[in-house]
Design a protein around this ligand. Sequence first.
Ligand code: PEP
Ligand code: MG
Length: 813
Amino acid sequence: MVGIVIVSHSKALARAIVELAQQMVKVPVPIAIAAGINDPQHPFGTDPIQIQKAIRSVYSDEGVIVLMDLGSALLSAEMAVEFLNEKQQPKVKLCAAPLVEGAITAIVQASCGATLEQIITEANNALSGKLAQLSPQEADQPTVSFLTQKSQSHLLSRDLIVKNPLGIHARPAAQFVSIAAQFEAEIGLENRSTNSQSINGKSINQVITLGVRQGHQIRITAGGEDAALALNALREVVENNFGETAMPLPVDLRQCENRGVNTTLRGIPASVGVAMGPVIIYRPSLPQVDEQTCKNPQSEWQQLQAAIQTAQQQIHQIIQSTDHCDIFQAHLLYLQDPTILHQVHHNIFTLGQTVAWAWKTVIEETMTTYQNLDDPYLQARAMDVLDVGGRVLRLLTGRPSPSPNLTQPGILIAQDLTPSEVTHFKTEQVLGICTVTGSPTAHSALIANMLGIPMIVNVGAQLLELAPETVIAMDGKSGEIWMNPDPEQISIFPEKTPITPEQKAITQDGHYISVVANIIGVADAQLARNLGAEGVGILRTELLYMERLTAPTEEEQLQTYREIASILNPYPLTIRTLDIGGDKPVPYLSLDREANPFLGWRGIRQSLDNLEMFKTQLRAILRASQDNNIRLMFPMVSSVAEVRAAKAILLEVKQELQTQGIEFNEKMPVGIMIEVPAAVTMVDKLAPEVDFLSVGTNDLSQYIMAADRTNAKVAKLADAFEPAVLRMVEHSIKIGHEQGIKVSVCGQIASARQAVPILIGLGADELSVNPPCIGEVKAVISGLKMQEVKRLAYEVLELDSAQEVRDYVNNIF
Ligand code: PEP
Ligand code: MG
C-alpha cells in the first residue's frame, strides 16, 4: 500500500488531519507525521531530517506521497527527498494539493488500494468539489464539467447488472441519489446497455432519465476522497435490488379494464357518501408566469432558496402523514437536484430572467425530457416534476395552479390535494375524490367533508394508471372503489337520508338542540344554509390566509365576514380567529419548521405573538358584528392567561374603534375552543372568562391519545369515540353548565350519526357539523328521548374502547 507523510509546521495540526482521515477509512494506511521542531520556545517549523525519517518509516515499493503545508515545509520536504537513496527517490512524490483536502483524499484513496499516480491525481483534484460549490457559475453544465474533470483522472468504477423489476425508476433512483449524496465523491453513472454518456449520479433527474431497465448493465464511477466508500455503498444498494425483489409488480389496471375485469381498490375513507361517474385525472398545471427580466439576480436567487425551503417543509409534513413517502422523498431530491438548480442559476444570472420565469422554464424543459423518453413509466415521472415544480412556483408567484377544466361531472383522481385545491372544486362537477396519498384528517379531507364530496385517500399509485373515462363507483364510508361496477355492487350503496332543511332538531321529549355548520368560506355557508344549518358553529378562517403571499387586509376580511353573516342572518356566525401552524403552513409568516408542529406555535399562541395580524382580524370581526349575529372564538387555548391576554387585546381594539367612531356590537359574545387537555382540566377557571365553550374533538383526541392526527400511522388512535376523550367532553359540558354557559361540540365526531345520542346525552347544547350531515344529525336528534340518551351516554363512559362505544350505540339505534 502507498505510504503517506504529513509535513506541517504544527504537530497538533498534522495529528488532527490524520485523526480526521482515519475516521473515513476502514483499511488502515501507513501514515507518518513530520511536524513541528524540537524547540520548546519555538515549536512551529519543519525539519528535513525528521521528514526523511518519516518517509523511511512508511516506505515500500508501492511508494510514498508527501503532503505539506506552506512555505519552508516545501523546501524541507525537497531536501528530505534528496537525502534518500537513488532507489527510493523516484518512488517518493511531493504532492501539490492543499494539505487538509489533499491528505484526506490521499489517505482514503490509499486505503482503497489506489496506485501512487491515481492518488496524486485524486489529491490534486481535491479542491474541485469546493470550487464547484462556491462558484456555481462555472458549473453551469454539471454533466460536462463532471466528465471533463474526471476523464483526466483514474476513477474507481464498477459494472453491475440491474435486476429489480422496474429498473432504476423513481424510487430506486431516489435511493441511489440519496446514498451518492452522502459522499463527497463525484459519482458518475452510465447505462452500458444503451451506450449512454456518464451522467451525474447525484442528480435524480439525470439518474432517472438514464432509462435503466431490468437487465441493463450500468457502470458506476466514483472520484473523490471517499470514492471507495461511495462505490461500495452504491454497489450494495444495486445488488440488493433496491429492496424490491419481494415486491409484486403493480396491478396494471388498464389491462384489467380491457379484459372487463371488475377490480376493487381500497383506500382510507375520508369523507362519507357514495358517488359514481367517469374518472377525471387531475394533474395540476403550472401557474401563469410573465416573461420578465430581473434587476437584482442575487435577490431572485434568495427568493428561490426561501421557496425551496418552504416547499421542503410542506413535503416533510406530507411524508409524516402518508404511507406513500417514497414518492415525496423523490420530490425532496428534485428540489436539491444540482442540474435543475444550476440551470435556474444560469437563467437568472446569465440570461437575466426573473426567478419565477427561470424556474418555470427549467421545470418545463425537465418535464419535456421525461415525456420524450420511450418508456411509459419514465414518461409518467414528468408528473412528479410538475408536482414539485408547481409547488415551488406557487410559492414564488402566490398564484394557485389553474383549476381542473371539467367538461362533465366525474370522480376526480389526484396524487394528493391541497386544502385550497379542494376549496375551488364545484360540488356539481366533482362527484367524488380519490387520492393516491393523503390522510383522512388532513384539511383537504375536512373541506371535502364540509363540501359534501365523498373522498377516499391513500389508495395507492394504481389510481393514476386508470384510463380516463373509466367508470368507477366509490363509497366514502367503507373506502371501497369499484371499476366498471356491476348492478349488484351499485345496489349496496345506502340510500341517502332525505334532507328536510327547515326541520328543527327537537327530541321526542321536547328538547331543542341547535344544529349549526362547520364552514370555511362563502360557498359552503350558502350550502349549509340550504341544507338547514341554523347558523355556523365554526368558521375556520385559515383558508383566508393560506396560499397567498401576504395576509388578507382588514377590508378583505370584513367583506367575507359580512357576506357570510348576511347569508346566515338571523342565525349566528361563529368566527374562529386564525388557527395557523400545525399542518397549515403559511409562507409569508416564515414559520420555522418545528419538530412537533401540533405542540408548537399555533392558534392563539401565534396570534398573541403576532399582534398586528391579530388586531387586524379582530377589527374586521368587530366591524362585521355591527348589525350581524357574530360570535368570536379563540382556538388552541391552554391557559387562563392566554384568554385574558386575548381579551385585553380585544378590548384595546374596541377602544381604538370607538376612538375612530367605528361602530360594532359591544356585546358580541366571546368564546373559546376546548381542544387541549389543559383547557379541560382548567375549564372551571376558563368558563367564567367567556360566554360560551366549543369542544374541538379533533385536536382534543390527538392530544389526549398522544397521536398526531395527520400521521396516517397513528391517526387511527386519535379517535374521538375513545372513552378517554368522551370523558373529557363530559367534564367540559358539565362544568360549563355549572358556570351557566352553553357548550357546543364542533369536532368531526359531531357529524357522526352514532355520536349524536352520546353528545346529546352528555348535555351538548349545540352540534356544529359538516353541511352534508345536517339533515341526518337533525333526523337522529328528532328520534331521541333525553332520558334514554343520558343513560346511554354515562354507560359508554364506562366502556373500554372506541370500538366498544360504537358497537354499544349500534346495538341500541
Ligand atoms: C377541532 O380541533 O376539533 C376543531 C374543530 O378544529 P380544527 O379541526 O380546525 O383544528
Ligand atoms: Mg382544532
